[in-house]
Design a protein. Structure first.
Ligand SMILES: *Cc1c(COP(=O)(O)O)cnc(C)c1O
Ligand SMILES: [Zn+2]
Length: 399
């Protein structure tokens, strides 16, 4: 393993990666995993990938797992990137692509974070963890925890997608619902981890989930032949995916796998929960708590992200942007892409298509630029976003 230490991005204090560390003990900021990139540059060549399995473990030099026997896998796959020409032409973009994270075990990209997070927790001897979630993360962590024999305590808003509850339930997690938002679930978890000395698996309060999510960035670079797209749009809640993609691309640059300009990263949020967008418009480095957050894109209902400063840094450093989409448009574009491309994507993913359309119309994206949408989960996890009322036929009736 090439991990050298954990590092606080604010005060740069180093922490030991062989111990269970959560936040920086002085500034309460998330810790980032650092690698010996110079040695990786010597030891790891693109050609090696040709003979490795098509899943996130193929990037093992850049992952924080020491022993293969600690790997907890539910059959992760490299998710496809599809060129979506029909919907691209309909809005004017000639090079529009979608990476479909719905193919992950459990139907969302949260499996990536859970695969690495749980594997590393097992390696560090963790027996139990607690986490607040908007649904998909809890479901992913509960399923991987079952495989690893780690106890999961999950708290989610009562309005989270029902299927994610059931995934927790059937895999044996201890599940609680709260009549509130993920931020309220977070407060309950914070007390529980103190009381019972659980590992705190809240977004970015342990350093390894992001290492799993960053593998989206590795795959994007590799799938595009190590020539990254011009723009990447990402539905942003806690922002781990976006921070992860940015971290991955910086690491790839450092080891010489990619060169040149990085993609402009765009955080897409919902109009009724857009703290990052507001901070970006005000040119701020951190966001403020968003009151009365509510959107159909439940996975991005995060009123205040602990890693907001890292999301904003990734946007500023790549000359990216942040944009909010309202629920009506989310549903409209979810239907548009299904009609044109046969893809039933999640509302969070649909928000990125709406955002691409808007950014093209206002000139921020040019028609020939290579644009990648991240569909973070399968539409199958959100059956209630569609209402179908077909006529019911009598037996023998004709159509
Ligand atoms: C969790 C989630 C998001 C937000 O992801 P972050 O990386 O935390 O910003 C987006 N879409 C779906 C479907 C999710 O489950
Ligand atoms: Zn610090």
């Amino acid at each position: 393993m090439y991990v050298t230490h954990l590092e606080c991005p604010k005060c740069k204090t180093k922490f030991n990666h062989r111990e269970l560390n959560q936040l920086c003990t002085s500034c309460q900021a998330p810790l980032l995993v650092r690698y010996d990139l110079n040695t990786i540059k010597e030891d790891f060549k693109k050609e090696y990938l040709k003979t490795r399995c098509c899943n996130l473990w193929r990037y093992r030099e850049l992952l924080p797992i020491e022993k293969h026997s600690n790997v907890v896998s539910l059959g992760e796959v490299m998710t496809p990137i599809l060129k979506i020409d029909k919907v691209g032409n309909s809005i004017g973009l000639k090079n529009l692509y979608l990476k479909d994270e719905g193919f992950n075990p459990g139907g969302s990209f949260k499996s990536r974070g859970a695969a690495i997070g749980i594997s590393r927790a097992k390696e560090l001897g963790v027996k139990a963890f607690a986490m607040p979630t908007n649904g998909n993360a809890g479901a992913a962590w509960a399923t991987y925890a079952a495989k690893a024999d780690i106890k999961a305590f999950i708290v989610m808003p009562k309005d989270a997608p029902t299927i994610t509850r059931n995934e927790c339930q059937i895999s044996g997690a201890k599940l609680f619902l709260v009549d509130g938002l993920i931020s309220d679930a977070g407060k309950i978890v914070a007390k529980a981890v103190k009381k019972y000395r659980f590992m705190d698996a809240s977004t970015l309060k342990e350093p390894y989930r992001i290492e799993g999510k960053k593998t989206m960035g590795f795959e994007i670079a590799e799938q595009f032949g190590w020539k990254v797209p011009d723009v990447i749009l990402y539905p942003t809640g806690g922002g781990v995916g976006l921070i992860g993609i940015y971290k991955a691309l910086l690491e790839l640059k450092e080891i010489g796998f990619i060169e040149g300009k990085l993609p402009r990263l765009v955080a897409v949020q919902a109009t009724n929960c857009a703290p990052i967008v507001k901070a970006f418009k005000e040119n701020k480095k951190e966001s403020e708590f968003w009151e009365d957050a509510q959107t159909i894109a439940f996975g991005i209902t995060v009123p205040k992200a602990i890693g907001d400063f890292l999301v904003l840094e990734a946007i500023y450093e790549t000359n990216g942007s942040a944009i909010a989409i309202d629920d009506k448009d989310i549903l409209k574009y979810q239907e548009l892409i299904a009609k044109h491309e046969g893809l039933f994507i999640c509302p969070e993913g649909a928000a990125t298509l709406a955002a691409a359309d808007e950014l093209y119309k206002n000139g921020w994206i040019k028609d020939n630029e290579k644009v990648l949408l991240l569909n973070t989960g399968s539409g199958l996890k959100y059956p209630d976003t569609v209402i179908s009322n077909p006529p019911i036929l009598k037996i023998d009736e004709e159509i």
